[in-house]
Design a binder for this molecule. Structure first.
Ligand code: GLU
Length: 609
């Protein structure tokens, strides 16, 4: 979480830093700040609230200078306020921005206070700038002082440090939070995501865990955790379109919902041939890693966890391999049993989700046969540290509530089902049917997007509600969960999802006219059972909204609104039924006037535990 940008250049960098922050704002947005060195002075401006507040302040009172750092915060320690906003400064000399959590901050704060340092904020971050300042008393260079400092830090950090007395240098350090260096002509940049720097460069190198680097206008010197000089591969950005732009759409979320056919088409390209999903969709040596797999353990958080839950139904039923799915933060802290010939699959849009990454590292220690990540960020930690990667090619997702990443994850997991099925018990016909289904997904999603107007009208009914219940069965149960999550994330309506068979075991007690019930009802073998559940709700005076296949024979009446969803096969049904639920949450949030792209208290790319 949080956005970091830094620059060292001959020109003034405030504009570059500000543009970078705007592009990273989805990662945290409770306050923002910038510090710039100019003519021997260190100047700082910080503001509570969105980056726009900072932009206005800088308009009124510009900060010239060619070396600077900037930050948009997602508070973990200390309330969102101007005094807790980054950059933090020690003794007027050292300025620091930080992403992550310093777990031993309390002890360090005590030590530094005893040394005479005065703290101006409640953040864990502030210990970093005072420590660097202190270390500079016994080290000659900013690099050496930062190296000595990071040895004392426990927890996760991506940090950038500048020193007023050494004005043409940034020192950056990475442990647990991503940082990328951007290469320009006679100028260099750093950021927590390459997206921030696309207006100024397309050449990037990602720092690895434990790296510390010093960055000047002319040079970038990177050192590994032991202080040895290292080179990190420079790559041209693969981002083909500039995702920093909303285009004709009112919100990134809506843009990303509408990008789904394209995102799916891009992701499928080159991955299906002769009506079969190619092993190489998972990387060059994937066949070697996949052929003996008998069990799959999926690890993810949030929306990605819902994708994993849907895949469990497919892997067990169609591929004939057993599958468990677990939330990363649970898996990493409990003792779990590993089955023989197990594949560990992590799912994460950003590839930097802290809990998921920790779970991957644990699984490797446990001796999983192989590891695969389903991920949207090339070069991210999960991609680098897994044996195989399924790259999602969804394009940057800026809206905090995930949409296109989810459906592309589902497509990737369906491909995994087909490949593992081939090594196990799946018939040729089913492999063909899955390939065909995958290939017709983009067009079918396009059709489902045609429901937009009908759903916008429906959304009116929800605006004054405080609660909603989502129901589904089988692989639509995780889709109901995802629908509920979307609604709560962006409209702040309390929403829960239940497997409809669970209704009478408790939640039926909640049903009344104030609790809308949303049902996802494709025409599958569980339809009759689902219909009985619908009757249970109707008998208790509940109001239902049923997203149903036209052949499912649901009729609208006083207690039930039926929204016909384009007919689709069983392989793509969960993905297709997701679309109207995304649109529903979007339109409800619009009516409620919430901040759709940057909902309160949340941030994209959860790089802290
Ligand atoms: N832990 C730091 C703070 O609360 C950094 C948070 C962030 O990553 O934005 O200020």
């Amino acid at each position: 979480m949080c956005g970091i940008v830094g620059a060292v250049a001959q020109r003034d960098v405030a504009e570059i830093l500000l543009e970078g922050l705007k592009r990273l704002e989805y990662r945290g947005y409770d306050s923002a700040g910038v510090a710039i060195i100019h003519e021997g002075e260190l100047k700082r401006t910080r503001r509570l609230g969105k980056v726009q507040e900072l932009a206005t302040a800088l308009d009124e009172s510009p900060l010239p200078g060619g070396t600077g750092i900037a930050h948009t915060r997602w508070a973990t320690h200390g309330e969102p306020s101007e005094r807790n906003a980054h950059p933090h400064i020690s003794c007027g000399d050292i300025a620091v921005v930080h992403n992550g959590i310093i777990e031993n901050h309390a002890k360090l704060r005590e030590q530094l206070t005893a040394l005479g340092y005065e703290f101006a904020s409640d953040t864990d971050t502030e210990v970093i700038c005072h420590l660097v300042h202190h270390e500079l008393k016994s080290h000659d260079t900013l690099l050496a002082a930062v190296q000595a400092t990071v040895k004392q830090l426990e927890g996760a950090y991506g940090t950038v440090v500048i020193d007023r007395r050494d004005p043409e240098r940034l020192v950056v350090a990475r442990s647990g939070s991503p940082l990328v260096i951007g290469y320009g002509l006679g100028e260099h940049f750093v950021a927590s995501d390459q997206l921030a720097l696309l207006p100024v460069t397309r050449t990037f190198a990602y720092l690895e865990e434990g790296d510390v680097a010093e960055v000047t206008r002319r040079e970038v010197n990177i050192f590994d955790i032991d202080g040895n000089p290292v080179t990190r591969e420079k790559k041209e950005s693969e981002i083909t379109h500039d995702a920093g732009d909303k285009g004709e759409y009112r919100h990134y979320m809506l843009k990303e919902i509408y990008e789904q056919p394209m995102a799916l088409a891009r992701t499928l390209e080159g991955r299906i041939a002769n009506q079969q999903v190619l092993d190489t969709a998972f990387g060059d040596n994937a066949a070697e890693f996949l052929k003996d797999i008998k069990h799959v353990q999926i690890i993810a958080c949030g929306t990605s966890y819902h994708a994993g839950m849907a895949a469990r139904y497919w892997l067990e039923e169609w591929a004939g391999v057993s599958c468990n799915v677990e939330i990363a933060s649970e898996f990493r802290y409990r003792k779990s049993h590993m089955f023989p010939n197990s594949l560990l699959v992590t799912i994460s849009q950003s590839g930097e989700t802290a809990d998921t990454l920790a779970a991957l590292r644990l699984a490797k220690e446990m001796g999983y046969k192989s590891t695969l990540t389903i991920c949207n960020a090339p070069g991210s930690s999960l991609v680098r540290e897994s044996d195989m990667a399924y790259m999602m090619k969804a394009g940057a997702e800026i809206g905090v509530a995930s949409t296109k990443a989810f459906t592309v994850q589902l497509a990737g997991l369906l491909m995994l089902t087909a490949v593992l099925g081939r090594y196990n018990s799946m018939s040729d016909e089913m492999q063909k049917a899955i390939s065909q289904s995958l290939q017709s997904m983009p067009a079918k999603v396009e059709q489902a997007l045609g429901l937009d107007d009908a759903i916008a009208a429906l959304a009116e009914d929800f605006a004054d509600k405080n609660h909603a219940l989502f129901l589904g069965r089988g692989d639509q149960y995780p889709i109901a969960m995802e629908g509920a999550l979307k609604l709560k994330e962006i409209s702040y309506i309390h929403a829960e999802a239940y497997a409809s068979g669970e209704l009478k075991h408790g939640p039926l007690a909640l049903i009344d006219a104030d609790m809308p019930v949303i049902v996802v009802a494709p025409n599958n073998e569980l339809l009759e059972k689902l219909k009985s559940n619908v009757e249970e709700v109707r008998a208790r005076g509940g109001l239902m909204y049923v997203f149903a296949d036209k052949d499912a024979e649901f009729e609208s009446d006083d207690t039930m609104k039926v929204i016909p969803v384009p007919h689709c096969d069983e392989f793509m049904a969960p993905l297709i039924y997701t679309i109207p639920l995304q649109l529903l949450s979007y339109h409800v949030a619009l009516i409620k006037g919430t901040d759709v792209d940057q909902p309160r208290n949340l941030a994209k790319s959860v790089t802290v535990e």
